[in-house]
Design a protein around this ligand. Structure first.
Ligand code: RUQ
Ligand code: CUA
Length: 661
């Protein structure tokens, strides 16, 4: 035995391997001892071998959790199995993607992307920066119906239906431009909240001088009303609350005892706007002057009734509660937050609200009952320059815990503990909450342990960690850097998810999952068993945008070509392994409308449809109908083909688009 740590590993693994696994191994591998041999041969420590076993999902088995991870400026959403950390799927939301044929000519996706660029934008957008996924909830628990995700860059909200896991809507939210982490679903998904990050001018033409920042710029908290049947946001029923021009950052919904409240942290109460060439401080300096910024406490149920009572202004199709009205009606209060706050997270009991401060080593934990009491008793420390009452810090804080450098986001295990990411320390600190989360008085608000991660963690996500049902099973660290973690494969490094098993005796990273696409910001992790709405096949003839039977569905035997004026309508079927018709003749200058139905009913019998030279690439899942429209601008014989390896004769699944001169 050359390596003593391997001996320990073997003993530990043999001890670790329970009866069930042992039984499985005994047949195929010749007994448990062979596990030790494998560990030895691979030079694994006990910890590494334990980690491998506790994150392994056998081929063909399913992960108990699915992580919905934002894809950053790739504009996508990624689905990852937990604990195996296998990438299962990528769903395009804001950015065209050719495997799924999203934004490559398919009518349904063109509709979504077109509607998603309103007049607010300077041009039609072809990308987004996905940041904060918000799974729909019922009673404060994930219900597996929809997932929402914001576009950090352009102030939009995407919605993915968890029946077919496709994007169904991009809502371009008026009166705000950027949005950072201000996204959450209320406990019954009446609303999905999106707040602005950088305040914008409230002028009609959207312009104001930066000298007039304090007067002319405002932040916005948007409550997008959700149709429970379709999951779509309805701006006509939504409302916005105007906020002072601080930088509104993260947000979270109250739950249980704090239901009806929303919390937004903010920085830059200094209202710095930069201008280094004009003699001003850069924003990073200007925005870090004060010892406190403001936690925004919004009584959204009150705001809802104020909006219903008509005490709003209509701006670009949305009812806006002005800042003055919000103050007068007692909708908006502030509580001081220590230095450059980031992250605001409500614990599963709804009692505690944790806030990190990038330049403060403490996590500050507010208590909703203290907040409600301070509001009722007008226990104020004056107002901000706009007249928003500021609650006394000492009156609303339940505790502070010194956790380390650069605390950002908190997640919970539902057992009275919080886990906070430490950007500067590249670590996670575990700390206790107070008695209202079931922690004994003498153990309350204490640091429990600190877990190193590699490197520079931003967010972290616990299984079901944003809900009332946080189960404390796994924790995933989302790390911004991965320097030295993987082989050098060029200058752009992957980013890295790291898995922590919260049921292990000693907490440590047990698996790495490098991701080579975009910068993921945040994830939510749902139990797989909650995804009960997921379907495997559409009924033949389904329009994926509406789930209704499409007007242009073409069933077996109905394939045809109809010319109306300059338009050539091709009603085509796709089925292993041919398109019908497989020869399409048009004249240069005609408009071509191909309505293609995949008439397969077998799960996974997806066909693609690519036309060379015409920038067309569709994906047709079984039963799906897709229309693509284009002008026949170039003469030639174009060999269209199925882009998905669907059958033994997949290569033969090909045809001709003949564009005659
Ligand atoms: S916010 S890394 Cu960008 Cu979601 Cu804190
Ligand atoms: Cu259909 Cu390949």
């Amino acid at each position: 035995m050359k390596n003593p740590k391997v001996l320990v590993a073997i003993v530990a693994i043999v001890a670790l391997v329970g009866g069930a696994i042992l039984g499985r191994l005994a047949g195929g591998l010749g007994g448990a001892a062979s596990l030790g041999e494998i560990a030895e041969a691979r030079g694994l420590t006990v910890e590494e071998a334990e980690g491998a076993l506790s994150s392994f999902i056998a081929p063909g088995d399913y992960d108990p959790y699915i992580m919905f991870a934002s894809g950053g400026h790739s504009g996508n959403l990624h689905l990852v199995g937990v604990p195996s950390m296998r990438l299962l799927k990528t769903i395009p939301v804001f950015t065209p993607e050719s495997w799924s044929g999203y934004g490559q000519g398919a009518d349904w996706s063109e509709t979504i992307l077109d509607e998603g660029s309103s007049d607010k934008q300077a041009t039609e957008l072809a990308w987004g920066d996905t940041h904060h996924p918000a799974l729909s909830e019922t009673g404060g628990e994930y219900d597996g119906r929809f997932v929402y995700i914001n576009d950090r860059a352009n102030g939009r909200l995407g919605m993915v239906d968890l029946r077919d896991f496709k994007t169904k809507q991009i809502l371009d939210i008026p009166n705000m431009q950027t949005s950072h982490g201000g996204v959450f679903a209320t406990p019954d998904t009446d609303y999905v909240h999106v707040s602005s990050m950088t305040p914008m001018p409230t002028t009609e033409d959207g312009f104001a001088e930066l000298e007039d920042y304090e007067e002319s710029f405002r932040g916005m908290s948007t409550f997008v009303a959700i149709d429970p049947a379709t999951g779509r946001g309805d701006l006509g029923k939504s409302f916005q609350i105007e906020l002072p021009p601080y930088t509104q950052d993260l947000a979270d919904a109250g739950k249980l005892v704090s239901d009806g409240y929303a919390f937004i942290n903010s920085y830059n109460s200094e209202m710095a706007v930069g201008g280094v060439m004009e003699g001003n401080d850069p924003i990073e300096v200007g925005a870090s002057q004060k010892d406190f910024d403001f936690l925004h406490i919004i009584d959204w149920k009150k705001a809802e009734s104020v909006a219903a009572a008509g005490k709003t202004e209509m701006r670009n199709g949305v009812r806006v509660i002005t800042l003055d009205t919000a103050i007068a009606e007692g909708i908006l209060h502030f509580a001081p937050e220590p230095r450059s706050p980031h992250g605001v997270d409500v614990d599963p009991t709804g009692n505690y609200i944790s806030v990190g401060g990038k330049l403060d080593p403490n996590v500050t934990i507010y208590d909703i009952e203290l907040i409600k009491q301070a509001i009722a008793e007008k226990d104020f420390d004056g107002t901000d320059p706009y007249g928003v009452p500021i609650l006394k810090f000492e009156s609303v804080v339940a505790g502070q815990v010194e956790v380390g450098l650069g605390p950002l986001h908190t997640q919970y295990d539902g057992k009275g503990n919080g886990f906070i990411s430490l950007f500067l320390d590249s670590a996670i600190s575990k700390f206790t909450l107070g008695p209202k989360a079931g922690v004994a008085e003498e153990d309350a608000f204490k640091l429990v342990e600190k877990i190193p991660v590699n490197y520079n963690i931003g967010h972290l996500a616990a299984t079901e960690g944003d809900t009332v049902a946080a189960d404390g099973r796994y924790l995933v660290a989302l790390n911004k850097w991965s320097i030295d973690r993987f082989p050098v494969l060029g200058t752009l490094k992957p980013q890295n998810f790291q898995l922590i098993d919260l049921e292990a005796d000693k907490l440590r990273v047990i698996a790495d999952m490098p991701i080579g696409f975009g910068e993921p910001h945040y994830t939510q992790i749902i139990k797989t068993e909650r995804l009960v709405n997921a379907i495997e096949v559409y009924e033949v003839g389904t329009d994926p945008l509406t789930f209704e039977h499409s007007e242009v569905a073409t069933h077996a035997g109905e394939a045809r070509v109809e010319t109306i004026g300059n338009d050539v309508h091709v009603y085509m079927t796709a089925m292993r392994s041919h398109f019908t018709p497989d020869v399409v003749r048009v004249k240069k200058g005609q408009r071509v409308l191909m309505h293609i139905t995949n008439i397969e009913e077998t799960p996974d019998a997806t066909h693609g449809f690519g036309i060379p030279g015409y920038n067309v690439e569709l994906s047709l899942d079984p039963g799906e109908v897709v229309t693509v429209e284009f002008d026949a601008t170039k003469t030639g014989a174009f060999a269209f083909y199925c882009t998905e390896f669907c059958s033994a004769l997949h290569l033969e699944m090909q045809g001709w688009l003949l564009v005659e001169p």
